[in-house]
Design a binder for this molecule. Structure first.
Ligand SMILES: CC(C)(COP(=O)(O)OP(=O)(O)OC[C@H]1O[C@@H](n2cnc3c(N)ncnc32)[C@H](O)[C@@H]1OP(=O)(O)O)[C@@H](O)C(=O)NCCC(=O)NCCS
Length: 111
């Protein structure tokens, strides 16, 4: 956790209700060698089951967007499945535009 937070390009936003953690976002700021603008990879967002559909996911993403707006930022992106309707709904509600690509495939190297 300390190593993660010491890196200013790593982002962890936590939603709390009193002393209870009810949601979080993990995101990574990605730099490119050929332009000043960076990108944000929204890697994970989760809201605890009993706290869903109360606007917490929206608030977490809006907070991440406000961090983006303080930096030279090209875009923020996330991957999910079309069948994950809560996630797709949340992302679109907060301004993300879905690709119409049906040919895309994700590939992973596991170590
Ligand atoms: C996706 C997730 C983070 C949404 O969090 P949330 O706090 O419930 O989201 P919000 O209350 O801010 O809802 C925002 C929008 O998301 C959509 N949404 C949320 N829950 C939904 C559901 N059960 N069904 C359909 N749409 C839903 C709606 O468009 C909603 O807008 P509305 O309230 O105006 O209808 C939450 O469902 C979750 O943790 N899911 C499991 C983890 C996950 O799949 N994460 C995404 C990985 S890519």
């Amino acid at each position: 956790m300390t190593a993660f937070l010491e890196n200013p390009l790593n982002h962890l936003l936590v939603a709390v209700d009193g002393s209870e953690t009810v949601g979080y976002i993990i995101a990574y700021e990605l730099q490119r060698p050929d332009r000043e603008q960076s990108m944000i990879h929204l890697y994970d967002i989760t809201v605890a089951k009993k706290h869903r559909q109360k606007g917490i996911g929206t608030a977490l993403i809006e907070q991440l967007k406000s961090i983006c707006s303080t930096k030279p930022m090209m875009k923020m992106f996330v991957g999910t499945n079309r069948s994950n309707e809560p996630a797709v709904g949340l992302y679109q509600k907060t301004g993300a535009v879905p690709s119409d690509d049906t040919d895309a495939v994700g590939l992973t190297w596991f170590f």
